[in-house]
Design a protein around this ligand. Structure first.
Ligand SMILES: Cc1cc2nc3c(=O)[nH]c(=O)nc-3n(C[C@H](O)[C@H](O)[C@H](O)COP(=O)(O)OP(=O)(O)OC[C@H]3O[C@@H](n4cnc5c(N)ncnc54)[C@H](O)[C@@H]3O)c2cc1C
Length: 211
């Protein structure tokens, strides 16, 4: 939604995640702060539609987060429209290439968006793939693709696993495990929000070690 629709809310210029039993809510700025996007993850119930363009109702989203923090409800209430996505998880694929053909992005490693990494991993794939192909002579393109797979698979499998782990971590019911999680996250935020994710954000697709 345009930033003007939430100008009355005390939102910082950071990405925010709100975690609760069985669901979570993320909001972040895009286009240099001109728009706010939110992603609200809720149990699917009976809804089963595989689409990139299905629309939802703001009232339904509000109902899903009834009783949550007023900021969450105010953000949802400020939206003009919502879209709905079914989330489908896939087991990691061990083969991406056949001869001179290969896959990258979601086709190679669809993952739950619980690390916000699907598109990022596709971009990393592209950088490494370009380098592997540039290094390969035309006669050895298949070797270049094998090298690309070898470099990229351990990386994306780690991100896929971390995304899957967050299904549990993000959606813990209230209780000891949830309190321990919150304390762990609070300590990390006090130290540095990026400290625990150095393995993720420190990846350099151009470094010799990654290809
Ligand atoms: C709710 C949600 C939140 C997300 N949040 C983040 C995030 O914060 N950060 C992040 O990095 N990622 C995020 N992702 C993941 C990200 O959207 C995907 O990982 C990314 O779009 C994958 O890009 P891709 O190019 O591999 O595939 P796609 O974006 O799926 O592109 C494939 C394209 O191919 C087209 N196509 C399919 N079949 C054919 C055909 N036969 N002929 C021609 N065209 C065809 C499709 O229409 C589509 O346009 C999120 C995903 C969801 C669902």
């Amino acid at each position: 939604m345009p930033a003007a629709r939430v100008a009355h809310l005390p939102l910082q210029r950071i990405a925010n995640s709100w975690l609760g039993p069985g669901r979570h809510f993320v909001h972040y700025w895009v286009a240099g702060g001109r728009y706010l996007n939110f992603v609200a993850v809720v149990p699917a119930g009976d809804w089963r539609v595989e689409s990139w363009s299905a629309t939802g109702e703001v009232a339904d989203a509000l109902a899903e987060f009834a009783g949550w923090h007023p900021t969450v409800q105010a953000i949802i209430g400020a939206a003009e429209r919502t879209h709905r996505w079914g989330l489908y998880d896939r087991e990691p694929l061990t083969t991406w290439s056949a001869g001179r053909v290969t896959l990258l992005g979601d086709a190679a490693h669809a993952m739950l968006p619980f690390m916000a990494q699907g598109a990022c991993q596709a971009i990393e794939d592209a950088a490494v793939l370009a380098r592997c192909l540039a290094d390969a002579a035309p006669a050895t393109v298949a070797d270049g693709l094998r090298r690309y797979e070898k470099i990229r698979q351990p990386r994306v499998w780690q991100v896929q696993r971390a995304s899957r782990d967050n299904v549990v971590t993000y959606h813990l019911p209230d209780g000891d495990a949830q309190r321990a999680r919150d304390a762990r996250y609070a300590a990390l935020m006090a130290e540095s929000p990026w400290a625990a994710r150095g393995w993720l954000f420190g990846y350099d697709a151009d470094a010799p070690a990654t290809g």
